[in-house]
Ligand binder design. Structure first.
Ligand SMILES: *[C@@H]1O[C@H](CO)[C@@H](O)[C@H](O)[C@H]1NC(C)=O
Ligand SMILES: *[C@@H]1O[C@H](CO)[C@@H](O)[C@H](O)[C@H]1NC(C)=O
Ligand SMILES: *[C@@H]1O[C@H](CO)[C@@H](O)[C@H](O)[C@H]1NC(C)=O
Ligand SMILES: *[C@@H]1O[C@H](CO)[C@@H](O)[C@H](O)[C@H]1NC(C)=O
Ligand SMILES: *[C@@H]1O[C@H](CO)[C@@H](O)[C@H](O)[C@H]1NC(C)=O
Ligand SMILES: *[C@@H]1O[C@H](CO)[C@@H](O)[C@H](O)[C@H]1NC(C)=O
Ligand SMILES: *[C@@H]1O[C@H](CO)[C@@H](O)[C@H](O)[C@H]1NC(C)=O
Ligand SMILES: *[C@@H]1O[C@H](CO)[C@@H](O)[C@H](O)[C@H]1NC(C)=O
Ligand SMILES: *[C@@H]1O[C@H](CO)[C@@H](O)[C@H](O)[C@H]1NC(C)=O
Ligand SMILES: *[C@@H]1O[C@H](CO)[C@@H](O)[C@H](O)[C@H]1NC(C)=O
Ligand SMILES: *[C@@H]1O[C@H](CO)[C@@H](O)[C@H](O)[C@H]1NC(C)=O
Ligand SMILES: *[C@@H]1O[C@H](CO)[C@@H](O)[C@H](O)[C@H]1NC(C)=O
Length: 532
């Protein structure tokens, strides 16, 4: 596949960049309190954060021949330098945050996103990426424009990974849909139409193809979309294929909803009864639950002999992992007054639970810590807030910087403070930005960099795509139908005009991770500068 000469040039330039150690290990030069209370300090902190995440986006996390994301890259536990091989595979969820960042650059409204790509480079990357998407679609027409987990050969080929042959997931494609949707409209602005004629149309095709084929590929009848579909033969065209699947439907009221929403708003094959069923089928999992917290006003219960007990009413999480809130990066859910109340209380609960656990950080599904240099990591899905989750949460003893991304969308001062607090930890930063995860005991970290644990955060601090997609949906007459169905579904379960617990503030970080480890030698207060 093609990568244009300017990308090759951009890459070569990046390779020569030297980043001073005080930039690499920037967290100690900020105070959490200043980040929380002073907007100008906070903005500077987030800009510096973005300027380091850039090296992941442009290098460690990217397949240069296709300009598609690589899931991640292990680091040496001692030096923090790249270790082993890059993950020569990825998924549409990673593409969703990459495309979101490129879109934010083109929108020019975020000084944070501006630290990553130049406009010209963002356009080139979008062109190379959609070329790779198209080549994949041509080679594997059975996917109907959706993507499985894909593998690269380093020479420009993109193919399903061995375990995703003839199979495709819905959830991640819903995430990619809304980034492709947003960028297709931004690319259609006059300046970009002139710079890259036809590119808007190519990105429009990406999401329209998903709209066209969603029912054929994933629909199981009765308002049910399969979470994973089996394809008779991925090399055959959609019209000439059959799609089946084990029972397992996309009935979650979390991030899987990004798929439901695009079908609901744009599909023209399902009738209104079936479209209503899409939402009815999610109702069983849309539940109200309380986190019971002892407190002294807005302070910890330790501050008074007889604490007050308050219930924070939230939507029950699967694990209550921050990952479940991906949809808030993409769509204006917060414009539904009820959904917004519930969302804010959820983030309140996340921070109050951290206080109750004396936790030094927040939780999300993540690669877990390891004791030595290694290229394989245990994956802990079950990280979250046990009292308000459906599933058992066995890993609330592993924290990750991106646990704060939904909190940032709820309250930037709190979100940024938690981000700073977590990456301040030893080995919390490396030459590619923030580090994957930490044991709360302070004994171990996951020496790894991934899109999930890093660029969800960056997408949030860049402003996300909710406002962008709001503007576009409004121009298409789809904004009201979206807000109204979300308001309707959430108001059924949360009818109270004021949710219990909403008078509690979000909590700032209070507890420190034991600083047992040393910093990565390539990113410490005294290290030589990072060279790429
Ligand atoms: C916020 O920080 C900036 C930069 O350090 C400083 O100039 C300004 O005085 C601070 N504002 C307040 C209110 O402290
Ligand atoms: C982002 O960069 C563009 C130029 O690339 C500039 O026009 C725009 O004002 C910048 N936006 C912000 C918020 O700094
Ligand atoms: C990639 O290209 C290089 C150089 O042309 C070649 O040596 C290598 O075998 C190729 N790898 C694959 C997996 O095709
Ligand atoms: C791009 O904008 C023009 C109007 O400026 C419109 O006619 C066209 O349909 C748009 N194309 C896409 C792909 O959105
Ligand atoms: C799938 O179709 C391709 C092209 O028609 C064919 O070469 C291949 O053998 C088929 N695979 C299976 C498992 O039927
Ligand atoms: C269509 O599907 C049939 C099997 O149902 C297969 O034999 C045939 O090769 C396919 N044709 C194309 C053009 O892929
Ligand atoms: C909607 O479609 C379903 C499935 O095809 C069908 O059973 C139902 O009768 C249709 N309802 C209406 C109101 O057309
Ligand atoms: C949550 O707590 C509030 C306040 O105590 C109570 O009114 C509500 O019924 C509780 N909700 C659930 C689902 O238990
Ligand atoms: C909190 O909610 C639970 C049910 O979720 C209820 O049993 C309990 O009484 C409530 N506590 C307070 C203080 O409202
Ligand atoms: C917490 O502080 C806010 C102001 O930041 C105040 O409105 C609220 O009443 C306080 N909550 C409690 C329980 O004291
Ligand atoms: C870190 O803590 C987790 C959770 O307790 C545990 O599973 C893991 O073994 C620990 N990591 C190491 C490297 O010991
Ligand atoms: C949670 O763990 C307990 C004890 O191991 C088990 O009995 C229960 O079935 C588990 N619950 C879920 C939802 O997996």
């Amino acid at each position: 596949m093609v990568s244009s000469s300017s990308i090759v040039l951009g890459f070569a330039v990046a390779m020569c960049v030297v980043v001073a150690d005080d930039t690499c290990r920037y967290a100690p030069s900020f105070s959490t309190n200043d980040i929380a209370t002073n907007e100008s300090v906070r903005t500077t902190f987030l800009e510096v954060h973005a300027s380091m995440e850039k090296y992941f986006m442009l290098y460690a996390g990217l397949d240069p021949t296709t300009q598609m994301t690589r899931d991640g890259h292990p680091l040496s536990i001692e030096t923090g330098k790249l270790f082993g091989e890059p993950h020569m595979f990825s998924a549409p969820s990673k593409e969703s945050v990459h495309v979101a960042m490129l879109c934010k650059v083109l929108e020019k409204t975020s000084s944070v996103a501006n630290q990553t790509y130049s406009i010209a480079d963002a356009l080139d990357v979008l062109e190379a990426k959609v070329t790779s998407f198209e080549a994949f679609g041509k080679a594997f027409p059975g996917f109907g424009g959706f993507f499985p987990w894909v593998a690269y050969d380093g020479n420009g080929s993109v193919a399903p990974t061995w375990d995703w042959q003839n199979r495709v997931p819905a959830l991640d494609n819903g995430e990619l849909f809304w980034a492709a949707f947003a960028v297709s409209f931004v690319l259609n602005e006059t300046e970009y139409r002139i710079a890259k004629p036809g590119l808007a149309e190519r990105w429009t095709h990406v999401w329209k193809n998903m709209v066209r084929n969603a029912v054929t590929v994933f629909y199981a009848g009765n308002g049910n979309f399969r979470t994973v579909t089996n394809i008779a033969n991925q090399s055959w065209p959609v019209e000439n294929n059959t799609y089946t699947g084990a029972p397992g439907y996309l009935n979650d009221p979390y991030e899987g909803e990004l798929f439901t929403v695009f079908v609901y708003l744009f599909n023209e094959d399902l009738n209104s009864t079936e479209k209503e069923l899409l939402w009815i089928n999610k109702r069983a999992m849309l539940q109200s639950v309380n986190l019971t917290v002892p407190h002294c006003g807005n302070k910890s219960s330790e501050h008074c002999p007889t604490p007050t007990i308050t219930n924070i009413t939230v939507q029950r999480g699967f694990w209550f992992s921050a990952h479940e809130q991906w949809k808030y990066l993409m769509l204006p859910y917060q414009d539904s007054p009820t959904n917004r109340r519930v969302f804010l209380n959820g983030e309140r609960a996340r921070t109050w639970y951290a206080r109750m656990q004396r936790a030094p950080g927040l939780w999300a599904s993540v690669n877990g810590p390891i004791p030595n240099d290694n290229v394989s990591f245990p994956y802990f899905s079950d990280c979250g807030v046990p009292p308000v989750a459906f599933e058992n949460v066995t890993h609330d003893d592993v924290i990750t910087p991106y646990g704060m991304f939904p909190l940032f969308l709820a309250s930037p001062p709190h979100g940024a403070a938690w981000l700073h607090h977590m990456i301040l930890n030893r080995k919390g930063q490396n030459c590619y930005g923030t580090t994957e995860s930490f044991n709360v005991t302070g004994t171990d970290i996951a020496p790894l960099v991934t899109w999930d644990s890093k660029i969800t955060t960056l997408a949030a601090t860049s402003g996300g795509l909710a406002e962008t997609n709001k503007r576009i949906l409004r121009s298409l007459g789809k904004y009201e139908p979206f807000v109204s169905v979300i308001e309707n579904e959430w108001a059924r379960v949360f009818p109270e005009p004021v949710l219990s617990g909403s008078d509690l503030d979000f909590v700032f970080p209070e507890y420190d991770l034991p600083q047992i480890l040393e910093d990565f030698t390539s990113c410490s207060a005294t290290s030589a500068a990072c060279v790429y």
